[in-house]
Design a binder for this molecule. Sequence first.
Ligand SMILES: Cc1ncc(COP(=O)(O)O)c(C=O)c1O
Length: 479
Amino acid sequence: MNQAWAIENLLGVNNGELEVCGISTTKLADEFGTPLFVFSEERIRENLSELKRSEDRIGSKLKICYAAKANSVMAILRTVRDAGADLEVNSGGELYKALKIGFKPDQIIFNGTSKTERELEEAITAGIYAIQADSVFEIELAERVAKRIGMRANISLRLVPEIKSETLSGLQTALLTSKFGMMPDEALAAFRRWKPDDPNLNLCGIHLHIGSQNPSSEPYAEALTKLFKNLLEINETTGHRLSHLNLGGGFPVNYLRDRSHAGDFSPEKREMLSAELEPAKVLEKAWDAMAIVAENLDAQHLIDGIELLIEPGRSVISDAGICLTTVRNKKERPIEQLRNSDANPDKKSQKDTWLLTDAGFNILLSMETYKWYYHLISASRAALPHKTEYKLAGPLCDGGDVYFDIEGEGRLPDHRKLPENVEVGEVLALLNCGAYSLAQMSQYNGRQLPAVVLIREDGEIELIRERDKYEDLHSNDIF
Ligand SMILES: Cc1ncc(COP(=O)(O)O)c(C=O)c1O
């Protein structure tokens, strides 16, 4: 296994070609067309069991609520359910999908900032494990709904306790500058207001999420310790005995296993993109830090029997999925910086080779919004040296649909490295694309949403999402 991006039993090379779980990616591209997402069932299960490992270490019940927002294709949810994990949803739509695929209500938690009365009613009626209230207003709304339908809602309060992580600012979510959650003193006031025996509200937990792709474990320890201190204060001042603490998601994935572009990033972004934390160790450390505080405060009894919830998305699904794309167009352009320069006439003849693929930000939106990096290789010539530089762009009629940072701020590599002489028709693969890709896709430019296949553990290739047909492009239009 020479390629730095290779992962045993998942991504490898055979006959010079990229294989996923032993299946030729060019054959998949031939059979299903591109762009095509390919997922490994085995990898999803492995990622989940890696997380579950920490349960033994912390000696408390660990509830893994996979963050559906990362990827909620129905067969992916089915795989998560079959692996024994629970689910975090963010809307009535995700709740609907969760129930439809067979998650039991007590396996579901419901996050989000702007829940409607209808969504709250659906969640309360179903009797889900917890609705994570984003504000005091939302608790009041849940109370109103619960009263109206004569039920008791399980509520967990989302806090923003000012915890900073070294991820992108747009992905930080435990700061007061973020749009999420409530301040700890607001939460305390809510626990005072709604008593433990409230007939309509069962305030049973507190929650936070420090952000996505956190490169170090310290913020998790800080976060769990802060959650515990809140729990203690809540207990001492209001008598509430919480049944769970929710530490959110955000465990990182190494997007730079292959380091050939590592030098193109600032040190901070490089560290963030190549973070390798073992979630089980992160949780163990966080739990230990909290347990020490609990012991020092003589409050160990408050965490005995408590459930620890986590909401991993990226770390479950990102490296389980790749995106196959075909080069559809090729052209040459003078190298941009030299275009108008007379300084070095020899260099004026240098050209960039542009490759235009069929995978744009309509299916990989975060490449545009967060300038997210997905490593690119040739699927059909995966074994060859990737040393030739190309400018890469997607198919959209939109100047922002490029694989580099069009603003020139260096947030993405200017060029991508592939084998020599890439021609139109060559199949390429973007790696680590399983999270926040399909979940954010759009039909922009009238592009059909892509097909998705899942390689089952027994090697069967299951088509889990058909490519949109032209008619799907206007399915809800009235004309
Ligand atoms: C509240 C909450 N929980 C969990 C997640 C999942 O994060 P990740 O995919 O980084 O694990 C997110 C994503 O941003 C989130 O907002």
